[in-house]
Design a protein around this ligand. Structure first.
Ligand SMILES: *Cc1c(COP(=O)(O)O)cnc(C)c1O
Length: 231
């Protein structure tokens, strides 16, 4: 299957799930990690402009080439982010979805200030996936949101939450994971009504139908678009 055929199929499926679950707002993030610039350019040619990458060096080397060609794209960073790599990724992405600690936010603010760039972020929340990334408690996230209310950050805009479901076939566990993220968003919006925390990034190739049912606004799909990863 070509990238075009895969994109057509996934977009069609997303449309069907949106109707079925009455969720009108779902964006597709094409996760291009481990795939080539050529494959990314194919996707762009077929109208996909929003991408996700999870490694700083790989993202920078590929998307700098695309930038040089003056081709428009929108990149979200979705992987674990080391503090010393923040400055490299900032110029290429509009959103960092995987904020999992306060110290990385201070570094993002510092590096954005240097190049006068505003950036969106999502809080990654640990809802039961096996990797250990993400905030473990709501309280940690709420205490950081209080800092946003107090205008401690100028360059960063928090727009919502991200999670990974556990690697399991158990649909009930996957539903629980995604509904936990939705509950967090609802609670955060009650506590901080002046922030617009509207985004829920959840769902991958194997579980995006459940994510759309649970209210996802962004699904992050790699394998079903680009094929198995070539390591
Ligand atoms: C790789 C990755 C995805 C995409 O996973 P697929 O199973 O290939 O669709 C989504 N989110 C994150 C954070 C990833 O690292």
């Amino acid at each position: 299957m070509s990238v075009k055929e895969n994109l057509d199929r996934i977009n069609k499926e997303i449309l069907e799930y949106k109707k079925e679950y009455n969720n009108s707002n779902v964006k597709l993030i094409a996760v291009s990690k481990f795939h080539s610039v050529e494959e990314i350019l194919q996707a762009i040619e077929y109208g996909q402009t929003l991408f996700g990458e999870n490694r700083v060096q790989e993202a920078c080397s590929k998307f700098s080439l695309i930038k040089e060609k003056n081709i428009n794209f929108d990149l979200h960073f979705i992987g674990q982010l080391q503090t010393n790599k923040v400055k490299d990724i900032i110029p290429y992405c509009s959103c960092i979805q995987s904020v999992d600690r306060l110290s990385v936010l201070y570094e993002i603010e510092k590096q954005c200030k240097k190049i006068n760039k505003k950036i969106n972020i999502l809080f990654e929340y640990h809802t039961g996936e096996e990797s250990k990334s993400g905030f473990k408690t709501e309280e940690e996230i709420f205490s950081i949101l209080t800092k946003f209310i107090n205008n401690e950050f100028f360059y960063i805009k928090p727009i919502g939450f991200m999670t990974m479901a556990p690697f399991t076939q158990d649909k009930i566990l996957i539903h629980q994971s995604f509904s936990k993220l939705r509950n967090l968003k609802e609670k955060a919006n009650r506590l901080f009504p002046t922030l617009s925390l509207n985004e829920l990034s959840m769902g991958m190739s194997n579980d995006f139908n459940i994510a759309i049912e649970e209210g996802a606004t962004m699904v992050r799909i790699g394998t079903s678009i680009f094929g198995e990863r070539k390591n």
